[in-house]
Design a protein around this ligand. Sequence first.
Ligand SMILES: Nc1nc2c(ncn2[C@@H]2O[C@H](COP(=O)(O)OP(=O)(O)O)[C@@H](O)[C@H]2O)c(=O)[nH]1
Ligand SMILES: [Mg+2]
Length: 382
Amino acid sequence: MAKVKRVIRCFQCGAILQSDDEKKKGFITEDLLSEKNIKEQRVLYCQSCYEAMKDINTGELNQNVDDQILKILDDAKASDAFIVYVIDLFSFNGTFKKPIIDKIKKLPIAVLATKRDLFPKYVKDETLISFVKERFEEVGIKPFSINIISAKEDGTYKELLERALVNRKGHDIYMIGDLTSGKTTILNRCMKHYENKTRKAIRVSEYPGTQTKVLQIPLNNSSFFFELPGLALDISVVGKVERDVQKIIIPKKEIKITSAYLRTDESLVIGGLAAYSLTKGEATSIKFYSAEGVESKKMAYDKVDQFLNINYNRRSLRPVSDNFAKFADFDIFEYTMENDNKYHDIAIEGLGWITFLAKGQTIQILLPKGCALKETISKIGK
Ligand SMILES: Nc1nc2c(ncn2[C@@H]2O[C@H](COP(=O)(O)OP(=O)(O)O)[C@@H](O)[C@H]2O)c(=O)[nH]1
Ligand SMILES: [Mg+2]
């Protein structure tokens, strides 16, 4: 009788893995191609794919920064402008783009964190503020101020406008923020309280020296408010899926919380887009935070691949994106948690996050390729 051996392929390029010839396709070191790794169905990559992917997520993801925006921010920097930085509280880790941060970090930055209404009432504003503050400090920004706001409450906008006008100390104001972070909503509310005391008109026109259209609002005869184009959501799930999928994953009302209890080798699959799996450690209660329409389902870890394959055609667990059809369209990362008995979050940018007590578990996350993952100590978790 012939012996049958399972052929193991690279999860990325599909090459058959071998550890005989480093110069040939699919090479992987012998220790990685061990019986144990194969038995445990560890995801394996050939050496050259692994090298090519190393920087993804652990280093810097492939973020596009519009040169024109950087050019505009050169002016902001040179003129000591006041920056209004708008973030969407549900998802803003993808907003931090190093070239942009480098231009603005020495300027006074007022952070407006929008969509407060997506969070339950019991979450205190101070909690959200300290979360935002930590994230900005991580990238080297000490915000001048942080305001937590919601379009559902009209009261705050007059005060915000007045404060910005005082704090700018006569300098221009530049508003930046991701696409769909809520800039237009804020501007519309503030404009109700704005009075044009100049002879200049409010207009959308090319920013001097660029081909980029910018909203310009005169503040007095020598200074302006500029609204920059929205920053691309290039490392967010939102930026990688079709419009109808975006509509499902962007929350419109209070975030849905799904509870699950994962034993070792169980997974919570999130539509056809992601999965959180407990691959090592004791059984763990998790909570998954997402938009209302995002469906999730618990299953055995070793059924996930097959399920995603079938679900791509059947669409029984939504949302499913046409852009994420096969293995190679996803990334897999593994977090080995501390054993600090504190609540931690692991967020998939634009899609949601899980919260759980860290007890040294290994959590594996499958997510759309090129999207950011962020692990933090939880502020609102329990
Ligand atoms: N729930 C909620 N939705 C908001 C809030 N602010 C903006 N939005 C929604 O977020 C989406 C993007 O807002 P918009 O102001 O156009 O963002 P912009 O792309 O930065 O100009 C729209 O669907 C808004 O209705 C808010 O405070 N709460
Ligand atoms: Mg807008």
